[in-house]
Ligand binder design. Structure first.
Ligand SMILES: *[C@@H]1O[C@H](CO)[C@@H](O)[C@H](O)[C@H]1NC(C)=O
Ligand SMILES: *[C@@H]1O[C@H](CO)[C@@H](O)[C@H](O)[C@H]1NC(C)=O
Ligand SMILES: *[C@@H]1O[C@H](CO)[C@@H](O)[C@H](O)[C@H]1NC(C)=O
Ligand SMILES: *[C@@H]1O[C@H](CO)[C@@H](O)[C@H](O)[C@H]1NC(C)=O
Ligand SMILES: [Zn+2]
Length: 539
C-alpha cells in the first residue's frame, strides 16, 4: 500500500538545507536512517525508479564505440562489498551507495564454466567474452579443439576477438589493464596461445618454439595493430639482460627475450605514418598530448602493476587515468573504437591472497574508471559492458548491523566464543588454526591492508568461484543483455551492436536528429538519492 500523503516530521524539514549542503553520500547515517523510517521515502524512491523503468527504451541502432570493462574475479558478492566500501570511504553508511555500474539499465547473468572446467580460469573465459567461443583452461584465442600446452594443436583452431574484428572495420582499438598487458584477459583479444603463461619467448619450451608457436608479447605487436596499450609487462618486451628503467639494479626485472628483439621498438615503428609514443613513467604519461598522439604504449611495471593501495602515484597512473587517456586518443577516430579495460590481476589476486581489502579497493577504483568513462562517452553511440570472467569463494555475512564497517566484525561471537569478521573465504591462506582451534582475532588488526580474512579450508591461494557473474550494459543494443546467458554471448552482442563480423545483417546507424539532450546526462550516483530526499522533504 502506497502512502501518497503524510506529514513530513519537522525534524526532517530542518534537515533539508543541511542535506543540500552535504555533498555526495557523506550524509550523516543517522539522518539517513531517520528518513528511511518513513514509508514515503521508499515509495518515492521506488516511484522514481519505476518511472525510469517505464521510460527506458532500447537503443536499437548501431553502436559506434564499444567499451568492455572486465573485473577479473569480480563476482556479485565482490560488487556488493565494494559498493559498501565505496560508500563508507565517502563517509556514508555504505549499503545505499549507487556504484557507477549500478546505474546501467540492463543486467544479465553470465554462466562462466569452460569446455573442460566447471570452475573456470581467466584464459578460457577471456576467449569466451572476447572471441565468442568457449574454450579450454589455460588457452587463449583458441577453440576447445586446442589442447593446453600442446603447441601443434594451435594451428587451425584460432578464434578471433571483437577487438580484431573492430580493427578490421577501421575502428581504433585499445587495451588498458592493471596487470601485464600479455596476461590472459587482454591476451585473448589479440593472441592465440595454448599456454596463457607463454609471455615471452623465454617462457616457451624449446619444442613449442620448434613447432612454430609464438609468445604472447610478440603476438601483441604483430597480430593486430593495437592503438593504445596501457598496463604492465615491460620485461617480456626487451632483450635478455636489458636493465629495467625503473629498477635498474634489479636482476629479476631485466628484459627476458631470448630472440633479442625489442618489441616496444617494433610497435613504435609499425605505423610510420602515425605519431606513436611509448612511456613508462607517470610524468611522461601525463605529458602526452592526446591531440597529437595517434598511438600510445605505456608499460609502467616490469610485470604487473601494483595494487591500488600500494600504488606510487608519482610513478604510475591509476586505472582511472589510463582509461581516460585511452578514450581521449581512441575517440579521435570518426569510425569509432573498441576499448577493453580490465582490473584483472588486482581484484582477482587480492582474493587469491585471501586479502579482501586489496580486492575491494581495486573494485572501487574499477568503478571509478567506469564512472570516468561515462563522463567521456555518450550513451547513444557507445555500448558499455561491465562484467567479470569468474567469481571467487568470497562472502560477507553474519547478521551485521546497518553501516557495519565492511572489514569489521559480525556482532556476535561464534560458537567457539571467539569473534569473526563479516568477510570470510571458503578456502585460502586465511586458514590459521592454533592448537587445533581457529585464531582468536580479538587483538588482531583486521582493518589492516594485508589482513587475511579467515578461510574454512587451507590452500596456498584462494580459488575462483563457480557461480554466475553479472553483465551490466548500457548504450546501443544493451537490451540484448537480459536473462541467463552463456559467457561467450558477450562477444556476439558486441559484434552485432557494432556491425562486426559475422553480423553483416546489422542494426542501422543512429540518425542525428534523434539525439536528445537527456541522452547526455550522466547523473552522479548520489544525485537520485538527494533529489528523492528533497522531494520527500519539501512536498
Ligand atoms: C603433437 O605433439 C604431441 C607431442 O607434443 C604429439 O604427441 C602429437 O602426436 C602431435 N600431434 C600432431 C597432430 O602432430
Ligand atoms: C614514489 O616514486 C618516487 C619517484 O620514483 C620516489 O621518489 C618516491 O620515494 C616513491 N614513493 C614511495 C612511497 O615509494
Ligand atoms: C580471545 O582473546 C581475547 C583477548 O586476548 C580474550 O579476552 C578472550 O578470552 C579470547 N577468547 C577465547 C575464546 O580464547
Ligand atoms: C598451544 O598449546 C601448547 C601446549 O598446550 C601451549 O604451550 C601453547 O602456548 C599453545 N599456543 C597458543 C598460541 O595458544
Ligand atoms: Zn584468478
Amino acid at each position: 500500500m502506497l502512502t501518497p500523503h503524510y506529514r513530513v516530521p519537522s525534524l526532517l524539514v530542518l534537515l533539508g538545507p543541511i542535506l543540500m549542503a552535504v555533498s555526495r553520500a557523506a550524509m550523516d547515517s543517522q539522518a539517513l536512517y531517520e528518513l528511511e523510517k518513513e514509508p514515503g521515502y521508499w515509495d518515492e524512491q521506488a516511484r522514481a525508479t519505476l518511472d525510469a523503468a517505464l521510460k527506458l527504451r532500447p537503443r536499437e541502432h548501431q553502436a559506434k564505440n564499444i567499451i568492455l570493462f572486465l573485473g577479473d574475479g569480480m563476482g556479485v558478492s565482490t560488487v556488493s562489498a565494494a559498493r559498501i566500501l565505496r560508500g563508507q570511504m565517502d563517509g556514508g553508511s555504505g549499503e545505499e551507495t549507487v556504484l557507477a555500474m549500478d546505474t546501467f539499465p540492463y543486467v544479465a547473468l553470465s554462466k562462466t564454466y569452460s569446455v573442460d572446467k566447471q570452475v573456470a580460469d581467466s584464459a578460457s573465459t577471456a576467449t569466451a567474452y572476447h572471441c565468442g567461443v568457449k574454450a579450454n583452461a589455460k588457452t587463449v584465442g583458441l577453440s576447445a579443439k586446442a589442447v593446453a600446452f600442446e603447441c601443434n594443436t594451435t594451428f587451425g583452431n584460432e578464434v578471433y576477438s571483437v577487438l580484431r574484428r573492430a580493427k578490421a572495420q577501421g575502428k581504433s582499438v585499445g587495451i588498458v589493464t592493471t596487470t601485464r598487458v600479455q596476461h590472459a584477459s587482454p591476451a585473448a583479444a589479440y593472441a592465440h596461445s595454448v599456454s596463457r603463461s607463454w609471455y615471452s619467448d623465454a617462457d616457451l619450451p624449446s619444442s613449442a618454439r620448434e613447432h612454430g608457436c609464438v609468445d604472447i608479447a610478440t603476438q601483441l605487436v604483430t597480430n593486430v595493430d593495437i592503438d593504445v596499450i596501457l598496463g604492465g609487462g615491460r620485461m617480456y618486451m626487451t632483450p635478455k639482460g636489458t636493465p629495467d628503467p625503473e629498477y635498474p639494479t634489479s636482476n629479476s626485472r631485466k628484459g627476458e627475450r631470448k630472440d633479442k628483439r625489442n618489441l616496444i621498438d617494433v610497435w613504435l615503428k609499425a605505423k610510420p605514418n602515425k605519431i606513436s609514443r611509448y612511456v613508462w613513467h607517470r610524468k611522461e604519461f601525463d605529458e602526452i598530448n592526446v591531440k597529437n598522439t595517434d598511438r600510445l604504449m605505456g608499460l609502467f611495471e616490469p610485470k604487473d602493476m601494483r595494487f591500488e593501495v600500494f600504488r606510487n602515484s608519482t610513478r604510475d597512473p591509476s586505472i582511472v587515468e589510463m582509461t581516460e587517456k585511452a578514450i581521449q586518443i581512441l575517440k579521435k577516430n570518426p569510425k569509432g573504437y573498441f576499448l577493453f579495460v580490465e582490473d584483472e590481476w588486482r581484484i582477482d589476486h587480492g582474493h587469491h591472497d585471501g586479502i579482501a581489502k586489496l580486492a575491494l579497493t581495486e573494485a572501487v577504483m574499477f568503478d571509478r574508471a567506469i564512472q570516468r568513462a561515462a563522463q567521456l562517452t555518450r550513451e547513444p553511440d557507445t555500448l558499455t559492458v561491465v562484467t567479470a570472467d569468474h567469481s571467487h569463494v568470497f562472502t560477507f555475512g553474519g547478521n551485521t548491523p546497518r553501516g557495519n564497517p565492511i572489514f569489521g566484525l559480525a556482532p556476535k561471537k561464534a560458537d567457539d566464543k571467539m569473534p569473526f569478521t563479516s568477510i570470510l573465504y571458503a578456502n585460502g591462506p586465511g586458514y590459521i588454526h592454533i592448537n587445533g582451534t581457529r585464531e582468536n582475532i580479538t587483538l588482531v588488526d583486521y582493518y589492516d591492508e594485508e589482513y587475511m580474512q579467515q578461510a574454512a579450508v587451507p590452500l596456498d591461494a584462494e580459488t575462483h568461484g563457480g557461480e554466475d557473474v553479472a553483465i551490466y550494459a548500457k548504450g546501443p543494443m544493451a537490451h540484448l543483455f537480459h536473462g541467463v546467458k552463456e559467457q561467450n554471448y558477450v562477444a556476439h552482442v558486441m559484434a552485432y551492436a557494432a556491425c562486426l563480423e559475422p553480423y553483416t545483417n546489422c542494426p542501422p546507424h543512429l540518425h542525428h536528429h534523434s539525439h536528445s539532450s537527456s541522452d547526455c546526462v550522466n547523473p552522479p550516483s548520489s544525485l537520485l538519492f538527494f533529489v528523492l530526499s528533497l522531494l520527500l522533504l519539501f512536498r
